[in-house]
Design a protein around this ligand. Structure first.
Ligand code: 0WE
Length: 230
């Protein structure tokens, strides 16, 4: 997404959680000619206060927000959903994957220009059972509902809120998930386009949703999945 936005001439600030991720992400950010990095652990209110104060200080107002984070415990992304979902695991998945979106949307909307746009990332497991996706599916269902409610609230400010439901992609986060190769093969075999999607295709869809080309689209889930959901 950052790559496609950079290609369209935007200036992007990146948030990260923890030094390990900062080290990993910095070279990617520099590779697209950007450098603004702000520490933002979404579970820490004080840190979120500071992060958005820094954004306001640097930019005054902003035009878009991309929410692209999620978390569930490794143990909860396998086997039985009913057996493996603990109270603390459920709470953590919801806090990091759903509340963070509501919180960041509120904070961003306070400094966002009319015509602004918010995009988050979701997955088909929100509405169909995808084996092992488990508590993340419940969290993504929450994220998609939150998208519609936020779209209603922020529409009056001229701010649009949408989610992109991408097909499975072999990312760093996916590398720790068992049988991911099987899921990719299943997806490619059954999708109308008979293939998986690329990160460039997801980036292009996000750039569209964040731009004025999508000026009448809000509260929507946009599938970038080769048609699999149909
Ligand atoms: O939303 C996701 C995965 C996000 C994710 C990934 C991890 C891996 C490492 C959230 N939490 C964690 N926690 C970790 O400890 N996807 C859409 C990718 C994904 O994950 C799956 C999938 C797909 C697709 C897990 C099981 C089945 C399918």
């Amino acid at each position: 997404i950052a790559q496609q936005l950079a290609a369209q001439g935007t200036d992007i600030a990146f948030t990260y959680q923890g030094e390990a991720l900062e080290r990993r992400v910095r070279p990617l950010i520099e590779s697209i000619g950007m450098s603004t990095m702000i520490s933002a652990d979404v579970t820490n209110d004080a840190e979120m206060d500071t992060a958005f104060a820094q954004l306001k200080e640097k930019y005054g107002t902003i035009d878009f927000l991309v929410h692209a984070i999620a978390f569930a415990g490794k143990e909860e992304l396998q086997g039985s959903f009913v057996a493996n979902t603990t109270r603390e695991g459920f709470r953590r998945a919801m806090d990091i994957s759903v509340f963070s979106f509501v919180d960041a949307s509120r904070r961003a909307s306070e400094i966002m220009n009319p015509g602004g746009s918010i995009v988050s990332m979701t997955y088909l497991g929100a509405e169909r059972v995808v084996p092992s996706y488990n508590v993340m599916g419940v969290a993504k269902a929450g994220l998609e509902a939150a998208t519609r409610y936020a779209a209603r609230d922020l529409g009056v400010k001229g701010i649009r809120v949408n989610a992109i439901s991408a097909g499975p992609i072999k990312t760093l986060a996916a590398s720790g998930i068992g049988n991911f190769g099987k899921l990719l093969a299943y997806n490619a075999h059954h999708a109308p386009l008979r293939r998986n999607v690329t990160i460039e295709e997801v980036g292009n869809a996000a750039a569209f949703m964040l731009s004025d080309l999508a000026s009448a689209i809000t509260g929507e889930i946009l599938y970038v999945d080769g048609g699999l959901n149909t």
